[in-house]
Design a protein around this ligand. Structure first.
Ligand SMILES: [Zn+2]
Length: 443
């Protein structure tokens, strides 16, 4: 049986163009897009047994991709007043230590994956803590909730609080066990990333060990932080005096390359940019976080010129909300003198991000043969958005979404044709669910 979704469909395409079907239809079978076009043309190919879900005048767009987010920091969002290194010590490390408790890990994972879907995010590249059990719980939760993830156990073996330090060999053994258990689960909906936290909390042995594991298990990723803050840069220089730059530390560990994703990447010289570009590494730009921690301005022009694949990350908890809509808007706001067009913002949040993790043959746009990862948006659900937004030209619709969109306009979220969130049912789900936010604060 086929399912046909009707609505106002817009999407970038891999040919560098955009499609728009104002009275459109998308036919899905076994999680794949079989056909997409005008309802008028598609209608005749359907049989009486096929199911039609009519989203009427709502928008159907590709699911959003969050390239950099910390599950374990959900309950620590909005802790202000300091920059990166103090923020980690004062707020984040204490929050991460709590993940040694099974119940806490379970509650937060459930909350996190539901919130992701509620924000229209269909794929997230997720960082966890150093706790193997908590990371395993996060995978279980993603598996049962239906989200698409690229995720792994955090690696930290030096310069960290005792409770967040795992000796190198033990850390590598644990992360490899999790990789064997989860990489490729549910026909590759779940993929594994080796995630050294960042250079200051990892020995060279641990960094190279992570690089070796990525090579050993094809299709896995490296995901870490790079050059986010000036004090961090000084620290890296002090710890690794023999290396030319921060990028050079990762290069000597063997971490650069295809399927290597570096969050932030603000302070890079021309040689660094060349190394990232030539190795096929990708960047997760996290503008909301850069604003919040006053980290600096991402050099978008130089990065685009070097043809490095870039997508957006919420970077919760330094980005305070799990919203890629907010990241799109902040990506424009944070540039002091440069505009980024709504089409470009949306590309960074969908197909561009898919390209950054080398999944653009499968997701990131609504095209024949791709997986049906999409969201249904009803801009009228937010009272401050004009009622007739969808009657406007494509550029104006996208502009409205970039500057005014948030989770209030997401009415449904689908991964591989399976609905993982419906706004109508959310209130009930929250009330009847086994976790409560008050409980989260107590733990
Ligand atoms: Zn981060």
């Amino acid at each position: 049986m086929l399912t046909c979704y009707r609505g106002h469909i817009i999407s970038p395409t891999s040919a560098g163009k955009w499609i728009e079907f104002r009275q459109g239809a998308m036919v899905v079978s076994e999680g794949k897009i079989l056909d997409i076009g005008d309802w008028q043309d598609i209608q005749s190919s359907l049989s009486a047994n096929d199911k039609v879900i009519d989203y009427d005048k709502n928008l159907i767009v590709p699911g959003l991709i969050d390239l950099h987010v910390h599950l374990v920091q959900m309950a620590a969002a909005g802790k202000w007043g300091v920059t990166l290194l103090d923020w980690l010590n004062d707020y984040i490390f204490p929050a991460e230590i709590k993940f040694k408790k099974h119940d806490h890990a379970k509650r937060l994972a459930k909350w996190f994956f539901l919130e992701l879907a509620k924000n229209g995010t269909t794929l997230a590249c997720v960082l966890n803590t150093i706790h193997q059990e908590a990371t395993d719980i996060a995978f279980e939760s993603a598996q049962s909730m239906g989200n698409r993830v690229i995720m792994g156990q955090n690696l930290m073996d030096v310069n960290s609080p005792d409770e967040l330090t795992v000796p190198c060999n033990e850390a590598l053994k644990q992360t490899e066990e999790l990789c064997k258990k989860w990489h490729g689960a549910d026909n590759n909906r779940i993929l594994y990333a080796f995630t050294p936290r960042f250079a200051p909390t990892c020995s060279m042995q641990l960094l190279s060990g992570a690089a070796d594991l990525k090579l050993k298990y094809p299709g896995t990723y490296i995901h870490t932080h790079l050059a986010e803050n000036l004090a961090e840069l000084e620290l890296v220089k002090k710890i690794f005096p023999q290396n030319r730059s921060y990028v050079d530390v990762y290069k000597s560990a063997g971490l650069l390359g295809k399927n290597s994703l570096f969050a932030h990447s603000i302070y890079l010289d021309e040689k660094d940019i060349l190394e990232l570009s030539q190795s096929g590494s990708a960047i997760a730009h996290c503008p909301s976080s850069n604003f919040f921690l006053k980290s600096g301005v991402f050099p978008i022009e130089r990065i685009n010129k070097a043809n490095i694949a870039v997508g957006l990350g919420s970077d919760v908890a330094a980005g305070v909300e799990l919203s890629i809509f907010k990241a799109m808007k902040d990506a424009v706001y944070i540039q002091p003198s440069q505009w980024i067009s709504p089409k470009e913002c949306f590309y960074f949040a969908t197909l561009g991000a898919a390209r950054a993790v080398n999944l653009d043959h499968l997701i990131g746009s609504l095209e024949h043969g791709k997986d049906a990862d999409f969201i249904v948006l009803d801009p009228a659900l937010k009272s401050s958005i004009t009622d007739d937004l969808l009657d406007h030209q494509l550029d104006d619709i996208l502009s409205g979404l970039v500057y005014l969109g948030d989770d209030r306009i997401v009415s449904a979220t689908y991964v591989r044709g399976k609905c993982i969130y419906e706004q109508e049912k959310f209130e009930t789900l929250q009330k009847t669910d086994y976790f409560s936010k008050a409980e989260l604060r107590r733990h």
